[in-house]
Design a protein around this ligand. Structure first.
Ligand SMILES: Nc1ncnc2c1ncn2[C@@H]1O[C@H](COP(=O)(O)OP(=O)(O)OP(=O)(O)O)[C@@H](O)[C@H]1O
Ligand SMILES: [Mg+2]
Length: 455
């Protein structure tokens, strides 16, 4: 199978990407801690020693309902040292609790399921990540040395969990005899939504760290490079252009289509293509790629590969914009704020939402398929030509790569719509599918630039 790399956008300014990659590859002291098995009979095998009390006490704490305002409250980078410490301590106050909640959720799966090698790998990853954060528990990060080490731990955490989605998907596929699809979807929905938040929190601090200089003297060469990322606050682009994401994802998906079907469908963007709004680019990229894959596949398979996919971008009317939520107001309160780094007004006052409609002439979705489209693992795709008998959608799994879990197959895993919707809903948006069976589909992606986030 030919694998194409997704057009992965980075959170970091171009000049800083190499820096983080270097750091990731040379991070000292981030190796696993092999140790005698500490698992009890009731837990899956584990090589990480963490007391049940630690997990239970963290998991008993309630999860903080994260808001976008939380992510930007430390100010616009480059951050001075105190703001960077405050971001690190905020991150530290959230992550161990979140990881402990996921460990508990995995332990609550039927034992035979969590003992599956793939699922127990994920379980162990969570234990490992929690063990790397525990030394910071009850500690306040107040010097640059600790902040740098902590950021390295976060980088390790992000890396450790990079392949969670294909691994879990493979595990649940292997366990399908022991757990029904409704339970799988319930678990995965909770787990993958929680993972979106956990990654966001960790990556936000890493990005703020990388775009701030207190830990390294300014580099005169880099300073001469025009800053292409002035609109970024960590992982959030406050002036994201959906049209440019649509075009780069469209190029990627049409390449996959050409390889698979020998046809390259086209797309037209209409509506308000110049719209910009505040959003996390990699989230939008994941969602758009998945929706375009579905639209392109339907268009080609229905024999209308020459019909363009019409993508309409609509900006939210002015009156709906920038209504501050109670959480925004709370987070922007002056208490504890560094007066040299005031709240970020533009994000609070002007963050329009955007609706994107993707319209294809691919024949729509039949009434018997429609009720299943939001279930993880449901797919109508089968690639029998390319697969040995009985391979099922394992092939799609093998092709999966990338941070958000999207792959280079046109379809086949049955994760595109449910996971895409989880990303959209995370920031208070959503996805609605309108099928005109026998004709085509309209998929509405609504994204809010500002609002409360799911956990
Ligand atoms: N635009 C569309 N037109 C027709 N059918 C669609 C469309 N979008 C989704 N579907 C149907 O919904 C099913 C589920 O879609 P989903 O994106 O979740 O999984 P998939 O495309 O099969 O696999 P993948 O995980 O690679 O996305 C598809 O298999 C397809 O039958
Ligand atoms: Mg799909």
């Amino acid at each position: 199978m030919i694998t194409i790399c997704r057009p992965l956008r980075y959170y970091l300014p171009r000049a800083q990407r190499g820096d983080l990659q270097r750091k990731l590859s040379t991070s000292p002291g981030l190796a696993r801690h092999p140790s005698p098995s500490a698992h009890r009979w009731s837990h899956p095998p584990s090589s990480t020693i963490i007391s049940d009390n630690d997990v239970a006490s963290l998991a008993s704490k309630s999860l903080h309902a994260l808001s976008l305002a939380d992510l930007v409250k430390h100010g616009r980078p480059p951050l001075p040292a105190p703001a960077l410490f405050s971001s690190a301590n905020f991150t530290l106050s959230l992550l161990p609790i979140r990881l402990a909640h996921r460990i508990q959720a995995l332990r609550n799966l039927p034992f035979i399921v969590v003992s599956n090698p793939n699922i127990s790998k994920i379980y162990n990853n969570y234990l490992h990540s929690l063990s790397t954060l525990l030394p910071y528990n009850h500690k306040t990060i107040s010097n640059l040395q600790d902040e740098i080490k902590f950021t390295e731990v976060l980088a390790d955490l992000v890396e450790t969990h990079a392949h969670t989605i294909p691994t879990l998907a493979r595990g649940f596929l292997e366990c399908r005899k022991y757990i029904n699809p409704t339970e799988v979807t319930r678990f995965l929905d909770g787990h993958l939504r929680a993972r979106i938040g956990t990654r966001l929190i960790a990556e936000q601090h890493i990005a703020l760290h990388m775009s701030s200089q207190p830990h390294s003297p300014p580099n005169p060469v880099e300073e001469q490079i025009p800053d292409q990322s002035a609109s970024y606050i960590g992982v959030i682009d406050t002036a994201l252009e959906p049209a440019s994401i649509i075009n780069s994802c469209g190029n990627f998906v049409s390449e996959i289509c050409e390889l698979k079907y020998g046809v390259r469908p086209t797309w037209i963007i209409d509506g308000e293509p110049d719209t910009t709004f505040a959003y996390v680019p990699v989230h939008l990229e994941y969602i758009i790629t998945e929706l375009l894959k579905n639209a392109f596949r339907a268009t080609v398979e229905s024999g209308r590969g020459h019909e363009p996919i019409i993508i309409t971008i609509a900006a939210e009317p002015e009156s709906q914009r920038g209504m501050p939520t109670s959480s925004t107001i709370e987070s922007a309160s002056p208490s504890g704020r560094d007066p040299t780094n005031p709240p970020i007004r533009p994000l609070q006052t002007s963050t329009p939402g955007v609706t994107i409609r993707i319209r294809d002439r691919g024949g729509g979705i039949s009434p018997d398929v429609l009720p299943n489209i939001w279930s993880y693992s449901f797919t109508t795709f089968s690639d029998e030509d390319d697969l040995p008998p009985g391979s099922g959608n394992m092939d799609a799994l093998n092709a999966l790569s990338g941070t958000a879990g999207g792959g280079s197959s046109i379809a086949g895993l049955g994760y595109g719509l449910p996971l895409g919707r989880a990303y959209a809903e995370y920031f208070g948006g959503g996805i609605a599918v309108q099928s005109l069976y026998g004709w085509g589909s309209d998929v509405y992606l609504r994204l809010k630039g500002l609002g409360r986030l799911d956990i």
